[in-house]
Design a protein around this ligand. Sequence first.
Ligand SMILES: Cc1ncc(COP(=O)(O)O)c(C=O)c1O
Length: 402
Amino acid sequence: MQQPSTTEQGFQVESFFAERMKNTPRSFIREILKVAVSEEIISFAGGLPNPEIFPMEAIREAAVRVLGQRGREALQYSNSEGYLPLRRYISHWYHENAGMEVSPEDILITSGSQQGLDLIGKVVINPGDRIIIEEPGYLGAIQAFSLYQPQFIPVPLKTTGMDLEVLDRELNSGNPRMMYLIPDFQNPSGISYSREVREQIAERIRGKNILLAEDTPYSDIRFSGERAPGFYPMLPEQTILLGTFSKTVVPGFRLGWIVARKELMDKLIIAKQAADLHTNIFTQQLLYDYLINNDIKSHIHLISNLYGRQCHAMLEALKTYFPKDVQYTVPKGGMFLWVTLPEGQSSLELFNRALEHKVAFVPGNPFYVDGSKHRSTLRLNFSCSDEATIFEGVRRIAGVLG
Ligand SMILES: Cc1ncc(COP(=O)(O)O)c(C=O)c1O
């Protein structure tokens, strides 16, 4: 058993940690990335957007313009809701690209959508509340919500979205407070919810006392298929919608947003103020300047084409090198796909063998709230490796399959 660390004066650091820290997992992926950073390792473990496609020159020009035109105002404290022109831009984007009416007053700019998840946890979750999440689920949400001590209710994912039979059972037992899902190109599985499953879920929770947190970081990174309607237009009163510029522009600005109706928004703004007063105003203005002076749609097209080619290469490599009894999802967008090994094969053991052959991925375990149970799944990221590297990496994994 691990001994509590005690200083020379007999000071026990652990005794000062709040209850809420006890069950909050460290980011397993960060731990893995530490192992898998070396140059010679082919890594499908990360979840980073491809830096080669960052619009460097356009961002440099925008930074110079913002400082030149807005001067000291660009560096002053600002309001908690976020830079109004940027919120208007997002509102207009929804109107133009998704046929959705979202008022700028219903948009709060956050420090990445990750902060949005934390603020939702702060405002909504009491200890012990039942929160429905996808299985496998987004690690960052599991971590963010864990701090508020919920009881997670995992609902397995099928290739068309949540398993409706299990969902029905959970909805009918013990009043879940919130449901969190990623309808497009889910992290980690790469699956998207079909139109039917979306409608079925909306029908089941409409009017019930349950909030739906709809996370959409990958929705614009589509390389095939048609956009299906989001949950927010179907359930505007009950949905909190999260968005981000991390995958469409750059993640380092840490710029995302939450869409919510007034009563919820009032509380989210209080939580935001308490957390950091406001999101970095310089990057908000910089991003806005970049967006209005560049063709963002063709930039997103470029990203989607690149990831689409890389995803295609990964699927081809899996088809070429992996045995037929290994299953994998076929994403239509986003950055990940999900592999299921034959029952009984451990993806953690495979990870260790793969690392010896200088290739890394994320074993499935951390994506399940019951981390010990499922051991034959893994996540592969395709956004950061070129096609030849993808073939070589998949070939190496295939070589150490049990
Ligand atoms: C599903 C999901 N939500 C939220 C985030 C956080 O994104 P950000 O905080 O950069 O907006 C990520 C990042 O990978 C993600 O995959």
